[in-house]
Ligand binder design. Structure first.
Ligand code: SAM
Length: 310
């Protein structure tokens, strides 16, 4: 099949960053026809969205490369010091979440990484499976930290027309991006409640059948508190899709998970059970080496309330 649009993104990335060429081409060579079909459909949809926002593809590719370079800088520092670049959520808010230019660029870069990074793609597929299982029947959906808005866009295709939908993000920029994604792809859906708020400070008695919290835990000083809050926000039979990253430095990552077990213990201590999970190291090496070299591991899981925890 022809993958003209996706190829144009890959070609621009490779032309601008010869460093990425070998790894990216090797990754794409391992992908099957159904991946290519999906990647092309994503590229067409996302480029259509960018065009509607008057954002040139070249800008989007620069945003992606800037995000990769930022992560590389943080990684080098992490290798030297063993610590993340920042330790305070308030600093991430001041320097990143509230900065329109920086956050817009970051979220566009992250959106593109969904198909260019193997681990992000696997998490997206896992999210897709979870939404296919739960979204068609739930009456309420909450997303915490939608960022680029693509997860909500995916879920929206499966949610019933009258499902109660709420979105919470501390970044006004992420909320604006998510709104624009909804306006572009789901213009008929008017009744979404958007809250620009810190999830920890968000005061509500509402409960939700499905809660999504992708890559938020590592952004919080005490992520255990968010998991406890997530538990409180879940209906008794509800499910949550959560992802995070271990040994993963970035300009806005403040909590350093040192192992997958760190994450699992925190989940259980919050009264939640892991229904299924994916552990995704970013390098194809034996797990012993991944741990020893502190190589980033992406992680996602479907969670439910621990029996008896209502
Ligand atoms: C890395 S992005 C995640 C984007 C997307 N969910 C994903 O998985 O790719 C993290 C998002 O969490 C938001 N965030 C960080 N701290 C938060 C908090 N305390 N309350 C609500 N949102 C928060 C950020 O503004 C950002 O939009």
């Amino acid at each position: 099949m022809k993958t003209q649009k996706f190829d144009s993104i890959v070609d621009l990335v490779v032309a601008r960053s010869p460093l990425q060429k070998k790894k990216l081409r090797a990754y794409l060579a391992r992908r099957d026809a159904s991946f290519m079909e999906e990647a092309e459909s994503f590229a067409n949809d996302y480029c259509g969205y960018l065009e509607s926002q008057k954002i040139p593809l070249e800008f989007a590719v620069s945003a992606y490369l800037e995000m990769c370079a930022m992560m590389m800088r943080c990684q080098i520092e992490f290798m030297k010091t063993g610590s993340y670049t920042i330790q305070e959520h308030s600093q991430a808010f001041e320097e990143t979440y509230s900065n329109k230019e920086k956050m817009t660029s970051y979220m566009i870069g992250l959106a593109i990484s969904q198909f260019l990074w193997e681990t992000h793609y696997e998490i997206l597929k896992s999210f897709e499976r979870a939404t296919e299982t739960y979204c068609p029947t739930v009456d309420s959906y909450l997303e915490i930290g939608p960022g680029h808005g693509l997860y909500l866009h995916k879920a929206m295709k499966l949610l019933k027309p009258h499902t109660r939908i709420k979105v919470i993000d501390i970044s006004p920029v992420s909320i604006a991006i998510t709104k624009s994604i909804m306006a572009h792809f789901h213009p008929q859906r008017a009744s979404i409640s958007y809250c620009t708020d810190d999830v920890l400070k968000h005061d509500t008695e509402e409960r939700f059948g499905f809660v999504v919290m992708g890559e938020v835990l590592e952004h919080i000083n005490v992520p255990q508190r968010v998991l406890v809050k997530l538990n409180k926000l879940l209906e008794v039979d509800g499910r949550a899709f959560v992802s995070t990253a271990i040994n993963s430095p970035a300009v806005d990552h403040v909590y350093h998970y040192k192992s997958v077990d760190d994450v699992r213990v925190m989940i259980r201590n919050a009264g939640l059970e892991i229904e299924n999970e994916l552990v995704l190291p970013v390098e194809d090496l034996p797990m012993e080496e991944i741990v020893e070299k502190k190589i980033t591991i992406n992680y996602c899981a479907v969670l439910k309330k621990e029996t008896g925890h209502e």
